[in-house]
Design a protein around this ligand. Sequence first.
Ligand code: 48H
Length: 256
Amino acid sequence: MIEETIISRAIIESYLNELLESIESDVIIGGAGPSGLCAGYYLAKKGYRVVIFERALKLGGGMPGGGIMFNRIVVQEGAREMFDEFNIRNHEYEPGYFVANSLEATAALTDKALKAGARIFNLITIEDVIIRENRVSGVVINWSSVEIAKLHIDPISFSSKVVVDATGHQSEIVHIVEKKSGGKLLTPSGRVEGEKSMHADVAEQFTVENTKEAYPNLFVCGMASNAVFGGPRMGPIFGGMLLSGKKVAELVMKKL
Ligand code: 48H
């Protein structure tokens, strides 16, 4: 006989235990798009306590949508080893251009990050940060449904040694810090420089080069790097996102 109350208890207890264990961690990553998942995987694999908060119901950010809803992505020469690392099947379309199914890529990144030990909480939005002595030391979260319904309900806080903004084009966490720190970011102007128009070749390099600390203890990766440091966009080529996730993991490990 199946008892409904046991199902309820199993879900509530299991989820709350994991949430409680996540109140203090090494790294909080905002956003479970390709760069955030990739960063989470590399950090968790090395034994760091990683917590990822994702606003949406489903993971993958812009990846499952491929290019204009055609569920395919491309990576360039130099990023193909990332496909190998995550066991994402692909083929060389033209020399140097590797194409893969974006749903398989999303599933593979998610599976690897979770199995490496990253704790992923979907349906949760980071709406603020904790700053102590001019350093980011955690995030403030609420249910995404509270945000969507515009309910006046206070959030709760989670602390970590480092925070990674992997929230994509909006670079939401850095924007919060910019607003509340009065423009003291580690960017040329001290503010968010803003994303520029499409230029895939430049953009892919820019993403990786500008994967770095944007405020003490707050790193950016993926599309947030371009938005914060003023680089162009690149369309549905994802090598830069994956390499950026890997790079931010390495930088965070050095910092910790
Ligand atoms: C919790 C949040 C919050 C928040 C947002 O957009 P993403 O896929 O991000 P990246 O940088 O890993 O990948 C970018 C890529 O998908 C892309 O858009 C490309 C390559 N564009 C090129 C172009 O020219 O357009 O994922 C970010 C994730 C999303 O799932 C959001 O829901 C989530 O972050 N998110 N989660 N708290 N405040 N803000």
